[in-house]
Design a protein around this ligand. Structure first.
Ligand code: ADP
Ligand code: ZN
Length: 625
């Protein structure tokens, strides 16, 4: 029987396990159930792939990988083939004949891993095949990927995951490993209960992603801010831009294209073929910016996504963390950038209020939204807050890799302005018997005698003009914060008018201080002007010098570029993304070492036995040119 470490070295070409990988693998190889919580990029795949290989070589048969990501199975299985592992997927993209052939191999336990979606795995037909495997002792392991999909508290609830309880009931002796990058306590408990994983050992990694820099800016002209951010800091890089609506996705993709970027749209309203094509382009080509709704991204394992931008606020911290986590899986510097404004708060609140869910559910969702608002409004370290949310102590008060740590904002005490705002909302409602929107309330407070103010006689109320010293920008910030802390509610049923709440009183009485970041100048708020990472003269133009993950001397740089060109050809002919052949980091190491023989290639991270055999000679030829 192969030991896990030998497989790590021989098959995957890696020297050492990361984080809890070794413990998870030992536990699962030994037949234990496990729940693995690791951030995106943490290395979850090996946690079931290595046990699958070790158990197969011990004669225990096939591992079934349950994954909702049909569109990615081809590449996942392709990556295993590149490493010399026998694997296949079963999904609707196969012909009947192809599927039947794979099923025959599966039932005989010949393959090491089979990927299938939960709705297929739980069909009577598939279960009958699993029965046959169990009879022959050839059903080795169930790996349930994206296991948070079973929970409605997670952000990707998929009802078909619920049916997976059958696995435990029908095959109690077959070990199960569930994996997810979602880690809040509520979701975790729900996963355990739903899938009856009470006996599973939980492996929780640190969720810190030290290479990701978090920045949250005040939204003004979102598109301009986004352009400045991308052009200023990520010219030519691959990235993802998340927007709330399909319409906005289309508009932003169009705008980015007009600016000369290679941008593509992705949302559920697009034809399935277009979606798949755009996804493939993003994975296979370099420097593509995907503008997408949250329909995009789960399971995307592209390692060199350099930024994730949010033009609209997600609905909670789990979603934010999962989406931003798609940046920088290769461990190199990456940005998570979000523009956030009053409208985001109003929209998210309204979506919860108007959802058909029950009151308990809404209550939980409101709590989760509030936590995200707290993060957005925070003036202290974002990372400390994020990790705290996942129950993890950071250990230091600052991270020096988020906007608040790097560019501490001056704090402005908005308590007085907040009280004046609340009084105005109160007086107006008293006087007129109806509620008004934010613009009108701010006009009164700032003493602007608009037509509407005059028409309602609001220039006569006692707070008229008492906030003249505040800018509209400042008052917007105060209002956003009041809404964030539930001291003001926005009535979606009545034209988004403002109302006092239970929480208003404490602010009015001066018991709650309202702290805001002092309004920053446009340039800094846009996040554009502070170019901070040396970009080594890189430009986004096609054919420009490729930036290696490590500094290379001139000769090595030439080898690196030759290797990349070679890799692109191989990837194209195998119909796989380039990083599945070799990561940039592997190519950079080869370029640095300037190998003269196959022996020189040994020990470079990412070159396993199979890749050495398949590509070794080619690589030597390319670097020797
Ligand atoms: P996750 O599924 O947790 O998001 P992956 O399994 O895709 O992460 O792994 C992320 C990247 O890290 C992959 O490119 C993988 O090859 C690499 N990786 C995983 N484990 C190791 C390891 N022990 N040593 C080196 N690289 C690793
Ligand atoms: Zn910080």
């Amino acid at each position: 029987m192969n030991s896990a470490r030998v497989v790590l070295r021989e098959t995957f070409g890696f020297d050492a396990f990361r984080g809890p990988q070794q413990d998870v693998i030992d536990h699962v190889v030994g037949g234990g159930d496990a729940l693995v919580l690791m951030p995106t990029g943490g290395g979850k795949s090996l946690c079931y792939q290595i046990p699958a290989i070790v158990r197969q070589s011990a004669g225990l048969g096939t591992t079934i990988v349950i994954s909702p990501l049909i569109a990615l199975m081809h590449d996942q299985v392709g990556a295993l083939h590149e490493a010399g592992v026998s694997a296949a997927f079963l999904n609707s993209t196969l012909t009947m004949d192809e599927a039947a052939q794979i099923e025959r191999q599966m039932v005989r336990g010949e393959l090491t891993l089979i990927y299938a979606a939960p709705e297929r795995v739980t069909t009577p037909r598939f279960l009958a095949q699993l029965d046959a495997m169990v009879e022959r002792g050839k059903l080795s392991l169930f790996a349930i990927d994206e296991v948070h999909c079973v929970s409605q508290w997670g952000h990707d609830f998929r009802p078909e995951y619920r049916a997976l309880t059958v696995l435990h009931e029908r095959y109690p002796s077959v070990p199960r490993v569930g994996l997810t990058a979602t880690a809040d306590a509520l979701t975790r408990e729900d996963i355990v209960e739903r899938l009856q994983l009470q006996g599973a050992r939980a492996f929780v990694s640190s969720f810190d992603r030290p290479n990701i820099r978090y920045t949250i800016v005040e939204k003004r002209e979102a598109t301009v801010q986004l352009l400045r951010f991308i052009q200023g800091e990520h010219d030519g890089d691959a990235g993802i831009v998340y927007c709330q609506s399909r319409k906005r996705v289309e508009e932003i993709a169009e705008t980015l294209c007009q600016q000369g970027m290679d941008a593509l749209p992705y949302h559920a309203g697009l034809d399935a073929r277009v979606r798949q094509d755009n996804q493939n382009r993003f994975l296979r080509d370099e420097g593509v910016v995907m503008v997408a709704t949250i329909a995009f991204g789960m399971g995307i394992d592209k390692p060199d996504v350099r930024f994730v931008a949010h033009l609209d606020m997600p609905k909670n911290i789990e979603a934010y963390y999962q989406e931003t986590g798609r940046a920088g899986r290769d461990g190199a510097a990456a940005d998570a950038w979000m523009a956030y404004g009053l409208q985001d708060v109003v929209n998210q609140r309204r979506m919860i209020d108007e959802s058909p869910a029950g009151d308990d559910f809404k209550q939980v969702m409101r709590g989760k939204l509030d936590a995200l608002l707290g993060l957005a409004e925070a003036t202290d370290c974002r990372r400390v807050r994020l990790l705290h949310y996942f129950g993890e102590a950071y250990g230091r008060p600052t991270c020096q890799n988020c906007d608040n740590c790097l560019f501490p904002a001056a704090i402005w005490d908005g308590t007085d302005a907040a009280r004046k705002l609340l009084s105005t909302i109160y007086r107006v409602q008293q006087t007129s018997g109806i509620t008004f929107g934010a613009g009108h309330i701010m006009d009164i407070l700032r003493g602007k005698a608009t037509e509407k103010v005059a028409q309602h006689g609001h220039n006569g109320i006692s707070t008229f003009g008492i906030g003249a010293a505040f800018s509209e920008q400042q008052l917007r910030g105060v209002l956003r914060q009041l809404i964030a802390i539930n001291a003001v509610s926005v009535d979606a049923q009545a034209f988004n008018t403002l109302k006092l709440t239970e929480g208003s009183r404490a602010v009015l009485k001066g018991e709650v201080a309202v702290q805001l970041r002092a309004s920053v100048s446009g340039a800094v708020a846009a996040g554009g002007e502070r170019s901070r990472r040396g970009k080594g003269g890189k430009s986004g133009a096609a054919g420009a010098k490729a930036r290696a993950p490590v500094p290379l001397d001139e000769a090595a740089q030439l080898r690196y570029e030759a290797l990349r060109a070679w890799r692109a050809e191989v990837a194209r002919s195998h119909n796989l993304p380039a990083y599945v052949i070799f990561h940039d980091a592997t190519l950079a190491q080869i370029a640095q070492r300037a190998p003269g023989s196959l022996d020189d290639l040994q020990g470079i991270s990412g070159i396993g036995a199979r890749k050495l055999e398949a590509y070794g000679d080619e690589v030597l030829r390319v670097v020797g040119l």
